[in-house]
Design a protein around this ligand. Sequence first.
Ligand code: OAD
Length: 268
Amino acid sequence: MPHDDAQGTAIEEVARRVARAKCVAVVTGAGVSAESGVATFRDAGPEQGDALWSRYDPMQLATIDAFNADPELVTRWYHWRFSRCAHVKPNPGHVALAELQRVVESRGGEFVLLTQNIDGLHQAGGSTGVVELHGTILTWRCVKTGEHVSIHDIPFDVFPPRSRAGGLLRPNVVWFGEVLPEDAVERAQDAASRCDVFLTIGTSGVVYPAASFVQFAGDRGAFTAEVNKDPTPLSHMVDVSIMGRSGEVMPRVVERVRGIGGLDAGHT
Ligand code: OAD
């Protein structure tokens, strides 16, 4: 596929910075999973979902109030979301990020992947040490005991599902109005405070604190870049903004990083 010069130049700049970096941090959003067929968070609706769910606003369902008011509806919706992504596979964007981690780490660098996604596709694509800022749909927890249960161990023959202790089971995701997991925020803040390069990929950059980490990194002098299909509020804040699909752009970034050589390559 022909690549325009501007995108090629931007990819070269990002690759050069990554190749020299001692610490690379990345935050991803639903856009990275879009090419696996998983609807992005704000796109889920008539053109994305089954008619049954198209009349519900995801923003109204991903809340603790909605769960308390109608745990059956909310758990059915999350089970439906899971059923739609249970059989999807990681796409070239996920695989490229796992490969980038291997390349950076093989050269003695540090690579921290933060994700807002709850679908587990980064791990399935080979990434390790993934920081799930918004939790995961793959484990649910008992509201009574806090016990975690793998979604694969929940029969879903009744809704809402209950734990062995009889408490309601809810997805282990962060809902609107809830705080992010403390350890995830600490790891994200640490990465943003130490990285030489921070990449934001496939996210609309409108949800905080996830959107704040790239800004914090840039403010303290890290090189920042965005890869996204559409412009976002972050596009004018980063050093380089690449408009494109992550499944197409990220493999090209990895290929160039490999070609440029690492810290010890003596590149200026
Ligand atoms: P959004 O749906 O808000 O944004 C997805 C972004 O990905 C958009 O800017 C698209 O332009 C872009 N995009 C779509 N396809 C792409 C592709 N193939 N390659 C690159 N970019 C692509 O999803 P998020 O930014 O992830 O929280 O939303 C952030 C959070 O909002 C979600 O984590 C969700 C919600 O609160 C939870 O579900 C807990």
